[in-house]
Design a protein around this ligand. Structure first.
Ligand SMILES: [Zn+2]
Ligand SMILES: [Zn+2]
Length: 382
């Protein structure tokens, strides 16, 4: 087991398990940042790395006010190209660059987002004469026409893409994989990350982070019966390696390991009023955390749909369909105020929570707040 050591404020060493995983909300407001709710930004933290989902204006100052370190960002995912989801990106990248070690120890950053994002970033970096001290790569997702109303569809071929501004390595261009209705982004030893299609005023995406199953526990009773002595062989079997005992008996991991333990699953959706295809529902099934927008309350459902947004009931119905363990509502209109600040003509933000819980038969729903962190513990059983 690897352990990271972080100094605690008291000076004593605090042991943090390498496998800890959590979600922190840095911006939970819709349309623009306010002093109480920043524009969209959510961070998933795993093994000291930060993965940022959306980067609204002001995200860099939200980082500074939080416990998180922007320099630890290794992946950025942009759900869609409305300003409240990515106007903070160039500023954040430039500040990370300014603050990073000139020796160039900053890990490269992979950025994933809709078609057009690469050109935007390269152009803004060139126009502002900004040069980042660390490498970054933009991988673009190609939306399908069903992701927005016909009148909003834009032909992006006018954007002089990769050729004009050779800022760096162009990343991948990712197309919908029709076999599971998703966009494959990352697949490594520990994780799978995918995008899926949402319906909004402009093409929008949701993202899935799914940890791969971990090996099950060793069945000590069985090991004893088979004559395996406690020691290095236990470790090998746990890692999935077949061992041969001194008496010549071959023991394969499946003989002594219990069923694998399921990995954790987090789904973070961009702005939407519905899904496109079956990708979203199947990928979000059983998620530990589903972050769904709820821009307006249920009494504004028609207006929400017209603007391509959701209400608590709409979010809850999707959560129910996917049997998610915890629904978190975010991207809340700035008109909803905390109970203590509700004045004449304001609406209490708690009403959004009540509406979602009603639609979820009383299951507890979380209202995202800026700087709120939710831990996602390892699963000990199936
Ligand atoms: Zn938005
Ligand atoms: Zn939007």
């Amino acid at each position: 087991m690897h352990l990271h050591l972080f100094p605690s404020p008291s000076g004593a060493a605090l042991l943090l398990n390498k496998m800890s995983m959590d979600v922190t909300f840095l911006g939970t407001g819709a349309a623009y940042p306010s002093p109480t709710r920043g524009a969209s930004a959510t961070v998933v933290r795993f093994e000291g790395e930060c993965w940022l989902f959306d980067c609204g204006e002001g995200t860099q100052t939200q980082f500074m006010k939080s416990q998180l370190k922007a320099g630890r960002i290794t992946k950025i995912f942009i759900t869609h190209l409305h300003g409240d989801h990515f106007f903070g990106l160039p500023g954040l990248l430039c500040t990370i660059s300014l603050q990073s070690d000139p020796a160039g120890n900053k890990l490269p950053v992979d950025i994933y987002g809709p078609l057009g994002l690469r050109s935007f970033l390269w152009r803004i970096m060139a126009l502002s004469h900004s040069q980042l001290t660390f490498p970054y790569v933009v991988h673009e997702l190609v939306p399908t026409p069903e992701q927005c109303p016909e009148e909003e569809r834009k032909e992006l071929s006018f954007v002089d893409r990769d050729a004009a501004l050779p800022e760096g390595t162009p990343g991948r261009t990712v197309y919908l994989d029709p076999t599971d209705n998703s966009y494959p982004l990352v697949d490594n030893e520990q994780f799978v990350m995918k995008a899926f299609r949402l319906f909004h005023r402009i093409p929008s995406f949701g993202f899935l982070v799914e940890e791969k199953p971990r090996p099950g526990r060793l069945n000590v009773q069985k090991l004893k019966e088979l004559g395996v002595q406690p020691g290095p062989m236990y470790g090998k079997l746990k890692e999935g390696i077949t061992v041969v005992l001194e008496n010549g008996t071959t023991i394969s991991p499946s003989d002594v390991l219990e069923e694998p333990l399921p990995g954790r699953k987090i789904c973070i959706l961009g702005d939407c009023c519905s899904m496109v295809g079956e990708g979203a529902a199947s990928l979000c099934h059983g998620a530990d955390i589903l972050v769904h927008e709820a821009t307006l309350d249920d009494s504004q459902m028609d207006k929400a749909r017209e603007h391509g947004h959701s209400t608590p009931k709409m979010a809850a119905e999707f959560a129910k369909r996917c049997q998610v363990k915890r629904l978190v509502l975010s991207h809340l209109s700035q008109r909803y105020k905390p109970t203590s600040q509700v004045g004449a003509g304001d609406l209490d933000v708690l009403e959004l929570k009540r509406q979602a819980e009603l639609a979820l038969d009383g299951q507890e729903v979380v209202l995202a707040e800026d700087f709120m962190t939710i831990a996602v513990p390892l699963k000990k059983t199936r």
